[in-house]
Design a protein around this ligand. Structure first.
Ligand code: SF4
Length: 350
């Protein structure tokens, strides 16, 4: 069981349902109490044990002596003209992380962080520049969702969760899996596995494990069609080259009708030619996937350039010609640095 770093008490939001049942057993309490507490934490958004009024006063006092309920502090909410909102949260040790609410046609999507910083060092990403500060606890991952749902006007409409913010989710495996269990549990945050997507830069062995442990959508950030280019853009490729990554994708367990999302950031002069599109089509043969094309977001100090609209369209058409579903995803929230690869947990970092 993990404990809140700021306290010797157990943080109830860091416990899975099973952990909570075991913890309550040590207090002489029945299993069903765990379900009651989980509903308070995630469905009612309770921020203290005192609020859990269907537990007896005596039990609440007993629980308060040994356990606590954490809550992330919202520092700022910035809104972009396209409706994207970036939420800056302060963690209990003063570090900050960001979530992004992305307006979609029907319901907003919430993009959540899994680490403060990141050690993967992708060349096109601002988050990776400062390195990894630390892994987020399960409570710090799920609380980004609870807070957005309960504090933002559009919160109740959030319909999709993407683990695609700051950090590499599979580099914080145990905490992320615990958070996913809460996110997708009927008595927790109740997002079905179909509505939860984990995006990875390509930790191939962990992809295999993930498919065995939980049932969520998988997105991989590919961004190159040969190992030399991918080594340069994404150093993780030196450990797990393209062939190994795509083998893990082919083996990833998911329901028959679901497909993996392949994310491909198009960078002028690096990976955006028609020849690249042809190589990509060949590489992805046998992977049940759809392809999201994203124009590189130039940001302060950016090393690369975005391609022209014509280059992007030619790339997309080539993939369509090879019978792939390929969509150009418009980056939202650029002006507030909330777009793909731009999150940095700005300001207030320790
Ligand atoms: Fe880390 Fe993702 Fe940025 Fe790569 S793209 S450095 S994995 S946050």
């Amino acid at each position: 069981m993990e404990q809140n770093q700021a306290s010797s008490k157990v943080n109830l939001k860091d416990l899975s349902l099973k952990d909570l049942e075991r913890f309550l057993a040590t207090l002489g309490k029945e299993k069903y109490r765990a379900g009651q507490i989980v509903r308070w934490l995630y469905q009612q958004g309770a921020t203290s044990i005192a609020e859990m009024t269907n537990l007896s006063k005596h039990f609440r006092e007993k629980l308060e002596a040994v356990a606590t309920v954490s809550s992330l502090e919202i520092v700022t909410v910035q809104a972009a003209s396209d409706g994207t909102k970036k939420i800056l949260y302060r963690l209990s040790d003063g570090l900050t992380v960001e979530s992004v609410v992305i307006p979609e046609k029907n319901h907003p999507t919430l993009c959540v962080s899994t680490q403060a910083g990141c050690r993967m060092g992708c060349a096109f990403c601002l988050t990776g520049k400062g390195g990894l500060k630390r892994n987020l606890l399960p409570s710090e991952i799920t609380d980004q969702i609870t807070q957005a749902i309960h504090k933002l006007p559009e919160g109740k409409d959030i319909n999709n969760i993407v683990l695609m913010g700051m950090g590499e989710p599979l580099d914080n495996y145990d905490n992320v899996v615990k958070a996913i269990e809460i996110i997708s549990s009927d008595i927790g945050l109740s997002f079905s596995g179909r509505k939860v997507t984990l995006s990875t830069c390509g930790l191939a062995p962990m992809i295999e494990r993930l498919g065995e442990d939980v049932c969520v959508n998988l997105a991989i950030s590919l961004n190159a069609t040969d190992n030399a280019t991918r080594d340069r853009l994404m150093p993780i490729n030196k450990a797990y080259p393209i062939e190994q990554l795509l083998r893990a994708c082919k083996d990833y367990e998911m329901p028959r009708r679901r497909r993996i999302t392949v994310e491909y950031i198009l960078i002028e002069g690096v990976n955006a030619s028609v020849a690249d599109a042809q190589r990509l089509a060949k590489l992805l043969r046998g992977v049940r996937c759809k392809i999201n094309l994203i124009a590189y977001n130039e940001h302060p100090g950016a090393l690369f350039k975005s391609p022209s609209a014509e280059t992007i369209e030619n790339f997309r058409k080539e993939l369509i010609r090879h019978n792939y579903t390929a969509v150009v995803r418009k980056s939202k929230g650029r002006e507030i640095l909330a777009a793909c690869g731009q999150l940095s947990g700005q300001a207030l970092q320790k």
